[in-house]
Write a protein that binds this ligand. Structure first.
Ligand code: URA
Length: 235
């Protein structure tokens, strides 16, 4: 593959950044400075270094983003800012969001070029938990919580699957659902005659939104987090 592609895929930077590294002579291939981005290299047989440090080719890349409100879950758009625009300095070739959050929803969003894992995580058969913090228009009663937990008619063919719903100390709703239907949480609240005023996704499968990851920030998943996600959908 091309040298610039290998570097970008390895997370060394975006395509334009790695071209700049190459131009500045910061890249060596088997010990020789290489100034040609189009140089063919083998990810198995060639030793590629950036500033003297070996660069490892990685096929699949995984990022967690704290999606802010006002950004759309898409890979490109002519008018709106997308979640991919927030992955600054990252090679976003073939990277897509796993599922979607509404424009006015914030919180944890996984992005990856691992289509197989994404497909499994989104499969309705796998029942991957997603937990949301919800501020509602009016307080929820114990009966509302029970209804949300048992499953509600949101106008689809089938009612929603059983969920877990409880209130935190501030009276905000925490709800864990196993599906990812269109506007699901908002429609579930409408079904109990309420409205969502603010929605934040706190977790997706075994992944939780870290408290120190601010809205708009992202980071690569650790090897352990990747493994846990694979376990979420194993079998
Ligand atoms: N449910 C919704 O209604 N919106 C989201 O963004 C996510 C879940």
């Amino acid at each position: 593959m091309r040298l610039d592609k290998l570097l970008a895929d390895a997370g060394a930077g975006s395509r334009s950044q790695v071209k700049e590294y190459i131009r500045r002579g910061r890249i060596t291939v088997n010990g020789q400075i290489c100034k040609k981005p189009e140089q063919k290299v083998s990810e198995e047989d060639d030793l590629v270094c950036l500033d003297g440090r070996a660069v490892e080719y990685v096929r699949y890349r995984y990022y967690m983003l704290h999606k802010p409100q006002g950004v759309i879950t898409a890979t490109e758009d002519s008018k709106e800012k997308t979640v991919l625009d927030l992955l600054k300095g990252v090679n976003t070739d073939h990277i897509s969001p796993v599922g979607r959050l509404d424009k006015d929803t914030e919180g944890l969003l996984l992005l990856t070029n691992d289509g197989e894992l994404a497909h499994r995580l989104l499969s309705p058969r796998r029942h991957v938990d997603k937990c949301y913090l919800v501020r509602t228009q009016k307080p929820l009663s114990a009966a509302d919580l029970r209804t949300l937990e048992e499953g509600v008619d949101i106008g689809d063919e089938k009612p929603t699957l059983p969920a877990r719903a409880w209130l935190n100390e501030e009276g905000d709703l925490l709800i864990t659902i196993q599906e990812g239907r269109y506007h699901q949480v908002k429609r579930m609240l409408q079904a109990v005659d309420n409205q969502v005023h603010y929605l934040k996704r706190l977790s997706f499968g075994s992944l939780s939104l870290p408290e120190d990851l601010k809205a708009g920030e992202f980071r690569p998943l650790t090897a352990e987090e990747q493994e846990s996600l694979r376990n979420d959908v194993a079998g």
